[in-house]
Design a protein around this ligand. Structure first.
Ligand code: SF4
Length: 351
């Protein structure tokens, strides 16, 4: 019996690139969608031939801008998934969206075809900031989309960016107070990082210093009315993104589409895999266990102390560290102060 796999499907197209974005995506309003659908369906068939009719607990359409995709293309992909895999009845099916590419009617067509969770790239609740970031939508479009999705009874998440040039913790505090008014079950808060080869990377922007960024991070967890469950993610308990939780806990997942990455488990061996048949390489169990520690420790629940994990952790060091907690011998997690300095902790944590 093959192990269940979560699916990540990458949609690498956007109307236009945002000024900060280094994700694998192309600014292209009218790509060859049929070619895209055919290539995704071919990959689905390939994995079904390798892994059989596996159970699929979650599907995440990420990008790029999945909401740019015509619903007919989404329909073709979903029917291939149902044809080749056992998409579980309670499968979480998330669609990432840009409010400039999705209205109520298109959203309800996606929902008719299986989407039950919408992730919206809101990024800011100020029009001048959206313009600075190079977003193609305004605040009203974002709020309208969130409200439509909530009215339809979908599980809804919104992404925001904090730490723009010259911002202070006061700005972050105001932003979080405004976010609280939206009535969301799930929010992701990302610090603006300046990446080379983006318009921002060429602009010599004056960013808040590390100390201010750390204060902003603390303000977010103090002001947002949703508890943090991962370094950048906040949700009403029970409304966490199941797909990401499974991936962070170390479950198997397949990345489909150019730019998608996966960790496939087959015949007792882990594989590092990249969509569009770009990579398929064995990884040893120790490397896989280290990955689980890195992703698990980013969650407030922590990493489950299975045998493969226990072997790698220096518990003598852990026991002397006030920001690390071993709970009932079952999970190891970092306190909220620990999450702030997680990268340093991880360096010493693994033997
Ligand atoms: S919409 Fe998202 S993926 Fe596309 S360019 Fe903007 S940030 Fe990047």
């Amino acid at each position: 019996m093959m192990m269940a796999h979560n699916l990540y499907i990458h949609v690498p197209f956007c109307m236009k690139k945002c000024n900060y974005c280094a994700f694998y995506s192309f600014g292209c309003a009218n790509p060859d969608w049929q070619k895209y659908a055919d290539s995704i369906c071919e990959e689905v068939k390939f994995w079904a031939e390798k892994l059989g009719r596996i159970n699929i607990p979650t599907i995440f359409f990420g990008g790029g801008t999945p909401s740019l995709m015509p619903v007919s293309v989404f329909e073709q992909i979903m029917s291939a998934l149902h044809k080749y895999f056992n998409v579980l009845e309670n499968c979480e099916i998330t669609l990432e969206s840009n409010p400039g590419t999705l209205d109520k009617n298109k959203l309800s067509d996606f929902v008719l075809n299986g989407v039950n969770r919408l992730s919206v790239g809101v990024q800011s609740l100020k029009n001048e900031e959206l313009e600075f970031l190079g977003r193609i939508h305004d605040v009203k479009q974002a709020k309208d989309l969130l409200n439509s999705a909530l009215d339809m009874g979908l599980r809804v998440s919104a992404d925001f960016i904090y730490g723009l040039p010259h911002q202070t913790e006061k700005n972050t505090e105001e932003m979080c107070a405004d976010i609280n008014k939206l009535g969301l079950q799930h929010v992701s808060m990302y610090e603006l990082t300046i990446e080379k080869n983006t318009p921002f990377g060429k602009m010599n922007l004056e960013m808040p210093d590390n100390e201010t960024m750390a204060k902003m991070y603390t303000v977010i967890s103090n002001v947002l009315n949703l508890p943090r469950y991962e370094v950048s993610n906040y949700a009403i308990p029970g409304q966490e993104c199941r797909h990401n939780q499974n991936v962070w806990a170390g479950d198997a997942y397949i990345g489909i589409g150019r730019g998608g990455a996966g960790r496939v488990y087959m015949d007792g061996i882990w594989y590092d895999e990249m969509g569009a048949f770009e990579r398929f390489e064995k990884i040893d169990n120790t490397t896989r266990a280290e990955e689980k520690i890195l992703t698990g420790m980013r969650t407030t629940k922590g990493v489950k102390l299975d045998e493969d994990i226990k072997m790698l952790i220096d518990f003598d060091w852990v026991n002397t560290h006030k920001n690390l907690v071993v709970e009932k011998n079952n999970y190891l997690y970092a306190t909220s102060d620990g999450l702030l300095v997680l990268d340093n902790l991880l360096l010493d944590l693994i033997k």
